[in-house]
Design a binder for this molecule. Structure first.
Ligand SMILES: [Zn+2]
Length: 285
């Protein structure tokens, strides 16, 4: 059953990834993500439906436009594959709770609990949304060093609606309190350095921090603390590595958004073991 959930979600991820390519290209340019339909940037021919299948079309066309044969960047299928892989990872993480609520847990067949089941499905949707944000905002931040408001700000609304629905349906309203504290705390944690040293930390990072804090707090205190702290650890290590290997200067701005997302996912998947391991290490547990 878990393989079915993972396979279905992975296929969905490839399709969403294809859409994220459109978003990542058009939103920073202020273009509509709905119209016009996708066209070859070189010859202007509209992309046919059969040439718009994620990854496969790019492979079958050997990375070239069907009409003018101009090379199409491997960036597009890579983004589709990354989104598919991220969706599979989220699905494998949350599928056991869904199958349990559906009464389909291996070795423990039970009655389905409709409200709990609905809650676990909404929770899956919420974290798939976060995975999509991760791919598209990292892509844009690396390309143009920006985190567009048009994508970040709806994250507060979509995240709040989905996580509230999930927590209430699952009968765990206390999650919402930690989510609210995580949102405000993470926002302030980034706002202070951004205020003191505007060249180092952008307002886009501060706004994104609130969204990530909400998702992390929903999961729990360990995830929240580890997720926020890991962003700085990963960002610092990556910054030093870049300085050494690419000889970037200490003042070359590097986008921080991707490291914030990396830290958040470390918190999501590893927050509980990392927090307890750290407390043991310092002798507090
Ligand atoms: Zn073309």
């Amino acid at each position: 059953m878990i393989a079915v959930v993972g396979g279905f979600t992975g296929a969905l991820g490839l399709i969403i990834g294809s859409f994220l390519n459109v978003v990542a290209w058009r939103v920073p340019r202020g273009e509509s993500i709905v119209t016009p339909p996708s066209a070859c940037p070189s010859c202007g021919h509209e992309i046919r439906a059969r040439d718009n299948v994620p990854v496969l079309s790019w492979l079958l066309l050997r990375g070239r436009c069907r009409d003018c044969r101009v090379a199409i960047s491997a960036h597009y299928p890579v983004i589709e594959l990354l989104t598919g892989a991220a969706f599979v990872a989220v699905a494998l993480w949350l599928a056991p709770s869904i199958l349990g609520a559906a009464g389909l847990e291996a070795g423990a067949w039970g009655a389905a609990q409709p409200a709990l089941l609905a809650g676990t499905v909404v929770q899956l949707v919420a974290f798939l949304y976060l995975a999509a944000l991760t791919v598209v905002l990292s892509d844009i931040d690396i390309a143009v060093h920006r985190l567009p408001n048009a994508i970040v700000l709806p994250g507060y609304v979509v995240g709040a609606v989905l996580l509230t629905a999930a927590a209430l349906l699952m009968g765990e309203p206390q999650r919402l309190l930690v989510a609210a504290i995580g949102m405000a705390g993470s926002f302030l944690f980034y706002a202070i350095p951004a205020f003191l040293y505007p060249a180092g930390m952008g307002m886009g990072d501060v706004k994104l921090a609130g969204v990530l804090g909400m998702f992390l707090g929903y999961l729990g205190w360990e995830q929240l603390v580890v997720g926020v702290a890991a962003a700085f650890v990963v960002g610092a290590v990556a910054g030093i590595a870049l300085m050494i290997f690419r000889r970037t200067g200490r003042r070359t701005p590097i986008p921080f958004g991707p490291w914030m997302f990396a830290g958040a996912w470390i918190g999501i998947f590893g927050g509980v073991p990392l927090a307890s391991g750290y407390l043991k290490l310092v002798g507090l547990a």
